[in-house]
Design a protein around this ligand. Structure first.
Ligand code: ZN
Length: 112
């Protein structure tokens, strides 16, 4: 059986799609200037609102960045032939887990 077939190919396609989505999202947040502005007639409340939104955007951005790193690491493991095995203890990661989170590097026990 070739690696271009079966669950591995599905995982690979999913990972590629995730990679694209995440890099796209990061590009968008790069372009939108979400820094809070103190100028003009914005009141303190508005400033706090903007600040909070900025914090949330930052949080989402950091999440996207770390997920992207995991996705890329998973793609390397696909090429290595070690994808689907826990990077710590080496057991097979349950398929349900990979379906839910294709970039997962660890089994549930090691992640826990
Ligand atoms: Zn493990």
């Amino acid at each position: 059986m070739t690696t271009d077939d079966g669950p591995l190919a599905t995982a690979k396609a999913q990972l590629h799609q995730l990679e694209q989505e995440l890099s796209h999202r990061l590009e968008e947040t790069d372009q939108s200037d979400s820094r809070p502005k103190m100028d003009s007639a914005v009141g303190r409340l508005t400033f706090m609102d903007e600040y909070q939104q900025h914090q949330m955007a930052e949080h989402g951005r950091r999440n996207a960045e770390s997920q992207l790193a995991r996705v890329r690491a998973a793609l390397v493991r696909v090429e290595d032939g070690t994808y689907g095995k826990c990077a710590r203890c080496g057991i097979d990661i349950p398929p349900e887990r990979l379906e839910y989170m294709p970039e997962a590097p660890f089994c549930i026990q090691c992640q826990g």
